[in-house]
Design a protein around this ligand. Structure first.
Ligand SMILES: Nc1ncnc2c1ncn2[C@@H]1O[C@H](COP(=O)(O)OP(=O)(O)O)[C@@H](O)[C@H]1O
Ligand SMILES: [Mg+2]
Length: 338
């Protein structure tokens, strides 16, 4: 079976995606699949028909830096003037493959556009379809659907570039509308931090959310097909679960299964969110259990959760006896039946 593991691209989560992609390639190869990594943006310089026969020469990126990477350098390195997101031969290779394992994270691959194109062209791919991907990527639309379905989510204000900035009243979380990996997310505890946080979030996107800060324990719960995985509790050693605390080893305690006496309740909410947001195959929902009212608040949903060695879903799967290789195989199997 020829599998393209599509990764990289030019989102702020490029490095995370490459780390996911390389892990997936390694796992699939160990099971005898002909799996090859392909960078969405840089593509393949050769005849696409030879892609599955070529020896990999690119350095494997298996570690992630403590900051999101500079995308300008990646764009400059392509040597093609066009702004086309798909690099040389990417589309032909994807058409030629038996399935595309979508290992993209962030805007390019997670917002449903790539999935929509694949649907039109009849390319088989893993994970959610274009609608679920588009919904989950947009934290504002996600909230609208959650509220309409009586699922608790942090109260928020949507702010567009140029809007009047509301007065600072209390601790809030500022985040770009469609980001991921906590890039551009800050917690503002005073007016100065508030102004800086808004500026930072606007440096990534033209629309941002100002959310009430929900104090409490943080959990994340994965879904694989019809199975809701055991919740994982996230306890950063300092600060909140930002980029550094997500990807630098040892910065965060991750306890799976979480020590929680309301696991079933949390799993039921997770499955409801997964369905309401039109997600398919697999996904992960982030929560805070509020100290104030003892309710679970949904922070956001991830249609392409990370599959790096540090990532949460692989840990959750492992807790129910699904090792990393089986997880990848299961994702392919479920995606083929979609
Ligand atoms: N409303 C909130 N209250 C408290 N902490 C939050 C809130 N929103 C986000 N966070 C913190 O910021 C992290 C990243 O926010 P999240 O909405 O999950 O965005 P991302 O898509 O970048 O993961 C969360 O894992 C959590 O630690
Ligand atoms: Mg998150």
């Amino acid at each position: 079976m020829n599998i393209v593991v599509l990764a990289g691209g030019i989102s702020t989560e490029r490095d995370v995606s490459l780390a996911t992609g390389n892990n997936v390639v390694k796992a699939l190869k160990s099971k005898g699949y002909n799996a090859k990594l392909l960078d969405l943006f840089l593509g393949y310089n050769g005849n696409y028909k030879d892609f599955f026969k070529h020896e990999e020469t690119n350095e494997l990126l298996l570690t992630i830096g403590d900051k999101s990477p500079s995308i300008e350098e990646v764009i400059a390195s392509r040597n093609i003037k066009s702004k086309e997101l798909f690099g040389p031969n990417v589309l032909n290779i994807c058409k030629y493959a038996d399935i595309v394992f979508v290992s993209l994270h962030g805007s390019d691959g997670e917002n449903g556009k790539v999935q929509g194109l694949f649907d039109i062209l009849g390319v088989k791919y893993t994970g959610s379809g274009s609608l679920g991907s588009a919904i989950a990527m947009n934290k504002y639309i996600t909230k609208q659907l959650l509220i309409a379905n009586n699922i608790k989510t942090a109260p928020y204000i949507l702010l567009k570039k140029g809007d009047n900035i509301p007065e600072y009243k209390k601790e809030v979380v500022i985040k770009p509308l469609s980001g991921g990996s906590s890039v551009g997310v800050s917690i503002a505890k005073n007016e100065k931090e508030y102004k800086e946080a808004i500026e930072l979030a606007f440096s990534y996107e033209d629309e941002i959310l100002i959310e009430d800060y929900i104090k409490g324990r943080e959990f994340s719960v994965g879904v694989l097909g019809d199975t809701v995985l055991p919740p994982i509790e996230i306890i950063p050693k300092s600060g909140f679960y930002d980029y550094k605390n997500k990807y630098q080893p040892g910065m965060t305690d991750e306890i799976c299964p979480a020590n929680l006496d309301r696991t079933k309740e949390l799993q039921d909410i997770t499955y409801k969110v997964f369905k309401v947001l039109q997600l398919q195959v697999y996904g992960r929902i982030d929560f805070i259990l509020s100290e104030k009212d003892n309710c679970f608040y949904v922070l956001e949903a991830n249609s392409l959760p990370g599959l790096t060695s540090m990532s949460l879903i692989p840990q959750e799967a492992k807790a129910v006896g699904i090792d990393y290789v089986s997880l990848c195989e299961k994702i392919i199997e479920l995606s083929q039946k979609k």
